[in-house]
Design a protein around this ligand. Structure first.
Ligand code: MN
Length: 237
């Protein structure tokens, strides 16, 4: 079994210290079952080598991918290489029916890939009542999210609502076609999406479960993803 973690060049430099790796090791994934790739990877990863993909946090998706100019040059930060790299990696993983987990930027990238749009700057564009970019330490929960679809994949990780951290300046504005919302914050923002069509595992969350892996719901989310990846690996043998 092998999981590929798509990260920024900066995150890749953290290697085994990356919280994404730590979270997966906490649910019994062996170090040799993990590989991190970033846009400066020497060659494009061959998706057939992997049994699941994790898309992680980072800079903003270039708004040109949802037909908008950059509206807030001071706030919007772009990584052109990473956008191109991840759209391609997602395309291949999705075509190959691999389990896919998205976190923060990962959720936003997936929504744009499905033709959706984003609030470029929540505080300027949306009517939000909560602080979604917390100043509290990253592992600390700051708001709750409520499950909007109990039959969803997320419904297997918690029931009702769950306390999460919040480290995003952007969020989903218009949902991409082919996705469904499975959790929202109290002020109405989309906090989780999944595939609307039958798909082995395509789940993305706006919060950072890897930073709060000691909490049972965060742990369960990674466990469910890894279980799917192991199942795929088993079928591949
Ligand atoms: Mn939030």
């Amino acid at each position: 079994m092998k999981i590929v973690i798509s990260v920024s060049d900066k995150e890749k430099a953290k290697d085994v210290q990356s919280p994404y790796q730590k979270a997966l090791r906490a649910v019994w994934v062996k170090p040799e079952e993990l590989e991190m790739v970033s846009p400066s990877h020497a060659y494009f990863p061959d998706i057939r080598d992997y049994d699941g993909v994790l898309f992680t946090g980072g800079k903003d998706i270039n708004p040109k991918y949802y037909q908008e100019p950059v509206k807030y040059p001071g706030a919007v930060q772009i990584d052109e290489k990473r956008d191109a790299f991840e759209f391609e990696l997602f395309e291949r993983a999705h075509r190959g029916k691999l389990p896919i987990l998205g976190i923060c930027r990962g959720l936003q990238m997936i929504n744009v890939k499905f033709g959706g749009t984003l609030y470029q700057d929540l505080n300027s564009e949306a009517r939000v009542e909560l602080e979604h970019m917390q100043s509290a330490p990253r592992p600390q929960p700051i708001h709750t999210v409520t499950l909007t679809d109990p039959e969803s994949g997320l419904g297997e990780t918690f029931k009702g609502s769950c306390q999460v951290n919040s480290l995003h300046r952007q969020a989903i504005k218009r949902l991409g076609r082919g996705l469904k919302v499975t959790a929202r914050s109290e002020d109405g923002l989309v906090e989780a999406v999944e595939s609307a069509e039958p798909y082995p595992f395509l789940l993305a969350v706006q919060w950072h479960p890897e930073e709060m892996i000691e909490r049972p719901e965060a742990r369960k989310l990674f466990e469910n993803f890894v279980a799917k990846c192991r199942q795929v690996a088993e079928q591949r043998r």
